[in-house]
Design a protein around this ligand. Structure first.
Ligand SMILES: [Zn+2]
Length: 250
């Protein structure tokens, strides 16, 4: 099987073109990297982080896994986070999920795919943690989209709770953790407005972000439904508009 030779040829073509435009391009890159951003995103092939944000090599430190999870037992993710925060001194950690995520869909369906099932148990934990919220939505399409959003918010919370981020804040390092979600079918990133820049901000930001997702629709037999209704304000109206525009035919 030698049908990957074209990838090497394309690489040579690209490198030659880059040097043609800027003879010192690779020499500068070889000296050091100074990215301001760490991206923790899904491994999905449709999310090329540098491309969708128009960033050049050297500008983005990247960790990707199925369903963009930040687990305190994942030595790989934690090592990337520690290196990015403490050595590279990134200023922003961006946790980014996406609608139409195969990992989220498989977790929702309790699919049996193999080893990855164990990994996706963590998404099922998010689902179970927000079971009432998800049950209030009208269709599985909406529930899976919402689970994708909630999963991002939970992973932002998880990143913020690591000793790496907590200690960075304690020593006064400027560091923001963000939660974004990407739509594969229009190429647009959306801010879930769960940006955390200090330990004390985490819980209020988490509560507000979950609360301003499109409104919880109380069921007639739900005694606590009214208490879970999203508060008014621009954020909730924006979110409700987003939800309506996101709704697809069933
Ligand atoms: Zn995905």
């Amino acid at each position: 099987m030698r049908d990957v030779q074209h990838l090497l040829a394309q690489n040579h073509f690209w490198a030659t073109a880059m040097v043609g435009r800027d003879p010192d391009y690779f020499a500068r890159l070889a000296n050091q990297q100074r990215p301001h951003y760490l991206w923790i995103g899904c491994a999905d092939s449709r999310l090329p982080a540098e491309l969708i944000m128009q960033l050049a090599p050297g500008e983005l430190f990247v960790h990707r896994n199925v369903a963009n999870l930040v687990l305190h037992t994942d030595l790989n993710c934690l090592s990337v986070l520690q290196f990015a925060v403490e050595v590279l001194q990134v200023r922003h950690v961006i946790v980014c999920g996406h609608y139409g995520c195969g990992g989220i869909g498989a977790a929702w369906a309790y699919a049996r795919l193999g080893l990855v099932d164990t990994w996706l148990q963590n998404v099922q934990n998010v689902r179970e943690g927000h079971a009432m919220h998800l049950a209030s939505l009208q269709s599985d399409v909406e529930r899976i989209d919402r689970l994708s959003e909630l999963n991002v918010i939970e992973q932002v919370s998880s990143a913020c709770r690591t000793s790496i981020v907590q200690e960075a804040w304690q020593r006064g390092q400027a560091l923001a953790v963000h939660g974004w979600i990407y739509r594969v079918d229009d190429g647009l990133l959306h801010d879930l407005e769960v940006t955390v820049t200090a330990a004390a901000e985490l819980q209020p930001q988490y509560d507000r972000a979950v609360g301003t997702l499109p409104p919880f629709k109380a069921r007639p037999d739900s005694s606590d439904g009214s208490a879970r209704t999203a508060p008014g304000g621009d954020a909730s109206r924006r979110a409700a508009t987003t939800a309506r525009s996101r709704r697809r035919p069933e």
